[in-house]
Design a binder for this molecule. Structure first.
Ligand SMILES: N[C@@H](CCC(=O)N[C@@H](CS)C(=O)NCC(=O)O)C(=O)O
Length: 254
């Protein structure tokens, strides 16, 4: 659970579930899907990343990294999408999205998806697609440098600032990490419909948005037939339509 004390105190007054999220953000997708699986009522606060609506004093006062998503539940601020979905499943256990006997293994899948975000997923998505679309003006760069205190994120964003581009090493590393992860996913789905076996769980919800955006970036899944079959099964769920497609129909067109 990652709870933070907001400097933007206005959010402490919010009752119920409020989600600050982005339509095209894979991290937001996993939280929206979890909310939809549980049929929870939530209030949407959409943050348009292309318009840099995250780079404001108000938003950094809610999420100190300036990232989406942020969940505010009865005035308590939760950040980190994989922690948020774990929190939601514990706070609203019906229907349960974890296999009780394999909880530690399931949380490992959430951790892997979180750990790969900056070294693998972000560089791949920015290089193949998003860097030009999310380019900051000089004014936005200055504002970002002023607000952002997280060194890993500062370093990441400096790599595509101005005329900069990600290095070949960055891309190679990202592709290696992704292929390791998908080989593991392929193996775990060999004889099972879902990542944790017979039970659809937070592990599936954590990973499907990654696949959704990578497909939109042209990632080749043909070496992973079990992963492709699993993707088709997740796509048939109502929560996928409501939590992902209703906000972002096709990542290749973003
Ligand atoms: N570890 C964070 C990562 C969140 C994240 O990187 N969100 C992206 C969208 S998926 C974002 O806000 N990007 C804007 C930026 O990097 O400034 C989480 O899982 O919530």
């Amino acid at each position: 659970m990652t709870i933070i004390e907001p400097t933007n105190e206005s959010v402490k007054k919010l009752a119920g579930l409020h989600l600050y999220h982005g339509d095209i953000s894979n991290c937001s997708m996993r939280v929206r899907m979890t909310l939809e699986e549980k049929e929870l009522n939530w209030v949407s606060h959409h943050i348009d990343l292309k318009k840099k609506e995250n780079i404001t004093d108000e938003y950094f006062g809610i999420n100190p990294n300036g990232l989406v998503p942020t969940l505010v539940h009865d005035g308590v601020v939760h950040i980190e999408s994989n922690d948020i979905i774990d929190y939601l499943d514990a706070a609203f256990p019906d229907p349960s999205l974890r296999s009780a006997d394999k909880e530690a293994e399931m949380l490992e899948w959430l951790k892997l998806s979180a750990d790969l975000h900056v070294p693998a997923i972000k560089p791949y998505v920015y290089t193949k697609k998003m860097a030009p679309k999310l380019k900051k003006s000089q004014e936005e760069e200055a504002k970002y440098k002023d607000l952002q205190k997280n060194e890993e994120l500062k370093e990441f964003h400096s790599k595509h600032a101005g005329q900069n581009t990600f290095s070949d090493d960055d891309i190679r590393r990202s592709e290696e990490l992704l292929s390791d992860a998908f080989s593991r996913l392929e193996e775990s789905l060999k004889d099972a419909p879902w990542i944790m076996g017979d039970q659809f769980s937070l592990a599936d919800i954590s990973w499907i948005p990654i696949n959704f955006v990578l497909v939109g970036c042209g990632y080749d899944y043909s070496p992973y037939p079990n992963v492709m079959r699993w993707m088709a099964s997740v796509q048939a769920r109502e929560s996928y339509r409501k939590g992902i497609l209703n906000w972002c129909e096709d990542f290749s067109k973003v």
